[in-house]
Design a binder for this molecule. Structure first.
Ligand code: HEM
Ligand code: HEM
Length: 311
């Protein structure tokens, strides 16, 4: 009896206790949201709004149809890199006393005056994967602008805004028309992909470079117009945005015709076979395997080939 009451009082004082009221409150909130969306859609005004703005905005005539293989590769690599960027960023934030540090070899190709800065192994991993992510991203920008794929994720008409509201209303009422991402994304997708690619990613880059210890001396003149604490105050919420976007994005991908959507982005076709699903599943297996392999001993060995690892 004693043990049970201790367990209960332990749970009451733990931070999980808040879930006792947060979970039902969130459920009740969602329920009300669905009811409200259904109410609006049933109304005359709501119906004419959804008819006038069905949820997607017209594309320019030269917009391509479907996704080329390079886009699928870049999308998949982006997800892979982000997983480890968030993991290492999180470790940078939460590790008070890192047990290993890395210093760049100041010889060979990149030789700079002065002593290279010592950074934690976690930050070494963060910045290394950032570099790969950045290369992938630069290539993505070059390719979407040279092929017209940009028209799919950059709004070109103002009616994208009412159409996004309409798409949100349709999702919230749990009754949406058939999606056709192969030809045109709905406006909510367009706006959120635009935010991720053209606002969040550049923000992460600018604030991340600003915080890079190796560049601190060079950025000293920026201390007044773009102080370090400002960069830090932006960088972390950007990570939260990436994580929240991914949760909602993947949930909707799976809830709005998983097999077809996975075929679009992973197999580059618009059919109903299982190809996209299997490629996606393989990509998840690779992510899990890399996650397990990324042990300190392995990271030290890799970091050691680019510099000095020590305490
Ligand atoms: C690993 C889980 C993921 C899956 C299964 C997935 C799936 C998809 C699918 C199926 C599409 C096309 C949607 C359609 O045809 O309607 C798409 C597009 C897109 N996804 Fe993801 N995604 C994932 C992770 C991510 C992450 C982590 C990001 C970025 C933070 C991201 C950003 C995008 C963007 C920007 C597009 C539009 C690409 C373009 O058309 O240029 N995705 N995703
Ligand atoms: C090329 C782009 C990026 C660069 C150069 C970069 C660089 C950095 C640097 C130098 C730090 C250390 C800050 C410190 O010493 O306290 C850091 C921390 C961090 N980064 Fe990045 N980063 C980049 C992209 C990203 C992205 C895309 C994410 C997540 C989606 C991310 C998530 C984090 C997190 C969570 C931290 C810990 C922040 C904190 O302590 O408040 N970074 N990053």
């Amino acid at each position: 009896m004693m043990a049970l009451s201790q367990t209960i009082s332990g749970f009451r004082s733990s931070r999980w206790f808040a879930l006792v009221w947060i979970a039902p409150a969130v459920l009740a909130g969602l329920f009300l949201l669905v009811l409200a969306a259904r109410g609006i859609r049933a109304s005359e005004g709501g119906q004419s709004f959804v008819t006038a703005f069905p949820g997607e905005s017209a594309l320019p005539w030269f917009a391509p149809v479907g996704f080329p293989a390079w886009l699928a590769w870049q999308h998949g690599l982006n997800a892979f890199f982000l997983l480890f960027i968030i993991r290492s960023g999180w470790l940078v934030r939460t590790t008070k006393r890192p047990d290993a540090y890395w210093t760049r070899n100041n010889s060979g190709l990149i030789k700079t005056p002065g002593k290279p800065v010592r950074i934690s192994l976690n930050l070494w991993m963060h910045i290394s994967i950032d570099t790969l992510w950045l290369l992938n991203g630069v290539l993505f920008y070059v390719l979407i602008f040279s092929t017209g794929q940009w028209t799919r994720i950059i709004p070109t008409r103002w009616d994208v805004f009412p159409n996004a509201i309409s798409a949100a209303l349709q999702y919230a009422s749990l009754n949406w028309s058939v999606e056709n991402g192969w030809v045109n994304y709905n406006s909510l997708q367009v706006l959120s992909y635009f935010l991720v690619v053209f606002i969040a990613a550049p923000l992460a880059l600018i604030t991340g470079i600003r915080m890079s210890p190796g560049l601190a001396v060079r950025f000293a003149p920026l201390d007044r117009i773009f102080p370090l604490p400002v960069a830090r105050a932006i960088h972390f919420p950007v990570m939260i945005f990436f994580a929240a976007f991914t949760v909602v994005h993947v949930t909707l991908v799976l809830a709005t015709g998983a097999i077809k959507n996975l075929n679009h982005m992973y197999a580059g076709n618009n059919g109903y076979g299982w190809g996209g699903f299997w490629i996606f599943a393989a990509s998840i297996v690779i992510m899990v395997a890399a996650w397990i392999a990324a042990k300190p001993i392995v990271l030290r060995a890799i970091a050691g080939t680019f510099g000095h690892v020590g305490r």
